[in-house]
Write a protein that binds this ligand. Sequence first.
Ligand SMILES: [Zn+2]
Length: 342
Amino acid sequence: MLVNGQSPRCSKIAMLEVMPLRSLLCCLALVAAPFALAQSVPDSVEGHRAAAKAAAGKDLSGLYAAACPEPAPAGAAAGRGGRGPRPAPPREEWYAEPAKVFDNLYFLGTKVHEAWAVTTSDGIIIIDTLYSYAGEPEIIEGLKKLGLDPKNIKYVVVSHGHGDHHAAAKMLQDEFHPHLIMGPADWDLVERDTRNPMPKRDMIAADGEKLKLGDTTLTLYITPGHTPSTISTLVAVKDNGRAHLAAEWGGTALSPATPIPMLEAYIKSAQRFRDVAVGAGADVIITNHTAFDGALAKIAALKQRKPGDPNPYVVGKQTVQRYLTVAEECGKAMLVEAKARQ
Ligand SMILES: [Zn+2]
């Protein structure tokens, strides 16, 4: 069941290092990716921010905003704030329709947060569970609207222990009794969370673990940084029968309050998950906040898709590489900033 999750193959970046100059230029021209020059990034806040911004382009500007936040104005409150149970905002502010994205992957998110259903020959795996107010309308009703039966939920993978991703897990556990999987230290985080319903402790993800259900395998990587044991996931998907590989970077946002050891871990995790994902051929990005990758625009485009049109979710390996380069460079910018504050 468990495999060692070390970087499996030679990464694109490693290949570029040993290429003759002519091939390198040719390759860069084909890829047209400014992030490929990231090796010469000056180790400064401005240098890393510029590299992250270049890698983000327009399509990943939401990711850049979350991982490279500007320093908060003096006197602004830090941290996640708030006490007591989290209130539910009006439905019209957050409700989004569910959508089929691949043959075996379904969007069950709100306008802001994302949950996913992976369908297999032996049941359903849910990735992330939204705030509790959205669990019933988006996940349970969403599955039914898509013609799927929530009773077939066998596993729920929670990317990390923040309320916007774990809060509806308890409801799913109580109603459908799936196995609930989280990273080891994120179980502790959830059990300290007083604002959201607390699920029963269940399965602990191991780094590189293969979660196999029927004909489908997800690979889970422990990628600390946003939280101590964030899970990032690779999901094998099919588009009209054609195989693709989706990558989800499980925890994204950084802030001036992120401690230095967590920033150091985040950088290593981003580098490693980039090598793993690109090395494994990931050409699809899925996220858990719609802003990171313009998910709502992609889902709107899917609705207009005609037979033979490309799937807007198939973004290619270079975009997967750019995505995780944004994370890495933002982590480095935040680290230089944090060290300067010491
Ligand atoms: Zn979070």
